[in-house]
Design a protein around this ligand. Structure first.
Ligand code: SF4
Ligand code: SF4
Length: 205
């Protein structure tokens, strides 16, 4: 009976003279460990604006808005840390693997919810015939780069990729006009308009 009491006393004395186990936050900054899941932030060099992160976000904390009337048309992605549950699915499923990163930022308390947003914008590419959104220019470049020579099977990718290298002067065709002939195949078109153009070329009206 006596021994355990002495052991407890020794433990208590050790604890009194031991340096503290906790940090002095908020009086001193606290460095989170590696793998800590803090505020997600877009990485402008690596995000291509595909929107996959918004699709997988379980908290609907990432909004994707396409403004087709802007000059040039843009896609805006806005991440809201006040809705985020810090699950990391956006980072895990990002197609470039580093377009959005969970940082080590954890001190997010604020009365201004607008301060908890992170956003990024990308130029959109629209179908020259129907005006449908095809994707962001950066996303199409990324796809063309991944496909290599196979990208030349798709005129939209050729025009976007070579347009980026300024190898092909492209005047945007005749926006709003229907595709008329084989030469119209070499236009930036959404899949539905390309299909219509091919069918019309092969079988007529
Ligand atoms: S960490 Fe999770 S909840 Fe937060 S933005 Fe990414 S996917 Fe959404
Ligand atoms: S590249 Fe990554 S971060 Fe950017 S929109 Fe796509 S999935 Fe989201």
């Amino acid at each position: 009976m006596r021994k355990p009491k002495l052991r407890e006393l020794a433990e208590a004395l050790r604890a009194v003279f031991h340096p503290r186990y906790t940090s002095r936050y908020p009086f001193e900054p606290c460095e989170p460990p590696d793998g800590f899941r803090g505020k997600p932030e877009f990485q402008s060099d690596d995000c291509v604006g595909c929107g996959a992160c918004a699709e997988v976000c379980p908290a609907l904390a990432i909004a994707v808005t396409d403004d087709v009337d802007a000059q040039p048309p843009v896609r805006r992605l806005v991440q809201r840390a006040d809705k985020c549950v810090f699950c990391g699915q956006c980072e895990l499923n990002c197609i470039t693997t580093k377009g959005i990163r969970l940082t080590k930022k954890y001190d997010l308390a604020t009365l201004d919810r607008a301060a908890l947003t992170d956003s990024i914008e990308h130029e959109l590419v629209l179908c020259e015939i129907c005006g449908e959104v095809i994707g962001t220019r950066k996303h199409l470049w990324w796809v063309a780069q991944r496909l290599g020579a196979k990208a030349y099977a798709n005129p939209t990718l050729i025009l976007t990729a070579d347009g980026g290298m300024t190898l092909v002067p492209h005047d945007g065709g005749r926006p709003g006009e229907p595709a008329l002939a084989r030469s119209d195949m070499m236009r930036v078109m959404c899949p539905a308009c390309r299909r219509t153009t091919v069918v019309r070329e092969l079988w007529g009206e």
